[in-house]
Ligand binder design. Structure first.
Ligand SMILES: Nc1nc2c(c(=O)[nH]1)N[C@@H](CN(C=O)c1ccc(C(=O)N[C@@H](CCC(=O)O)C(=O)O)cc1)CN2
Length: 288
């Protein structure tokens, strides 16, 4: 039996058909589980259905393991669901990676410290030493892993050792400026979020603000996306944009961009750790 009031989040994707919400809500009601909030979306192009349900297990409800076993047998199988049942109160363990620009790292650390981001941060990893003291101030272990053309595979092995040892759920690239290998992206699929400093698909690669200035755009932005082996091509989680004009220098755009990057990355991390993001091919469904 579950402790009264245990909160869970159920996420589902499956071929769309009649009766999915009815089956899920009936399953929960029969087991003394009360839905707190629920959202769903049927994608008519992919033919897939997506559901996120936050519920509380009342007195007499089965344990998490019991709910999972029942749901697998009673509902998930007949609808061919891809699904997960998450403990809503468990804080995800987030490893942050950074290179030379620390604004996103600093912002995430502040939001974590003030409780805005319900996460644990067991480690900070960088290919430079610049943020060693910032990590120390927050009492978070700092791992310096320099990467060059001749040692990328070995250094990525070290990263994966830390991910394993620290039971990391999510890796956040907070302006980490090295391209991760295809092998690493495969191993960590759906568990690595990057902040790209442009409004993708515009201005991929390094130095997007200079590209934007050269092009003379009137809006600039930032994009948080899951990392895949295709640089800057991963499923987009969140974006934001700001108006700019002809009077602004590339440095002005960089300064405006920093604030946008902070907000977009923090939102994307929060959506992910609250199980609000479901993959839909190379796109996402985000139940904000
Ligand atoms: N597999 C992936 N790895 C990374 C991605 C990604 O989308 N897929 N995003 C980058 C972040 N990024 C843009 O957002 C980015 C970072 C770095 C480069 C780049 O060309 N780097 C050069 C080295 C630059 C340096 O040493 O300063 C390189 O790796 O040759 C492009 C885009 C993070 N990783």
């Amino acid at each position: 039996m579950s402790e009264t009031g245990s909160d869970y989040i159920l996420t589902i994707s499956c071929p769309d058909t009649v009766g999915i919400v009815y089956a899920v809500s009936g399953f929960l009601a029969e087991r003394s589980c009360n839905i707190i909030d629920s959202a769903q979306f049927g994608d008519r192009i992919s033919g897939l259905f997506f559901l996120r349900t936050h519920f509380s297990a009342g007195a007499g409800a089965p344990s998490q393991a019991g709910l999972q076993a029942d749901f697998a047998a009673q509902v998930a199988e007949r609808f061919a669901m891809t699904w997960k049942l998450h403990d809503a109160n468990r804080r995800q363990r987030v490893l942050i990676m950074v290179s030379k620009f620390g604004h996103c790292l600093n912002d995430l650390l502040y939001r974590y410290r003030t409780g805005y981001l319900p996460i644990e941060i067991p480690a900070i990893v960088s290919n430079h030493r610049d943020f060693y003291q910032l990590a120390a101030w927050h009492n978070i272990p700092f791992h310096h892993i320099p990467v060059g053309a001749d040692n990328k595979a070995q250094q990525e092995e070290r990263l994966l050792e830390i991910v394993d040892q620290e039971k990391v759920d999510l890796v956040v690239l907070a302006r980490y400026m090295q391209v991760l290998s295809g092998a690493l992206c495969e191993k960590m699929a759906g568990r690595v979020i990057n902040i790209h400093h442009s409004f993708l698909p515009s201005f991929k690669g390094a130095k997007p603000y200079h590209q934007a200035h050269t092009r003379g755009v009137k809006l600039i932005g930032a994009t948080a996306h899951y990392v895949t082996s295709n640089l800057d091509e991963g499923p987009i989680i969140e974006q934001e944009a700001e108006r700019v004009d002809h009077t602004m220098t590339p440095d002005d755009l960089v300064a405006i961009g920093r604030d946008i990057e902070n907000v977009v990355l923090a939102r994307a991390v929060r959506f992910h750790v609250e199980h609000r993001v479901l993959l839909n091919g190379n796109k996402t469904v985000v139940f904000r």
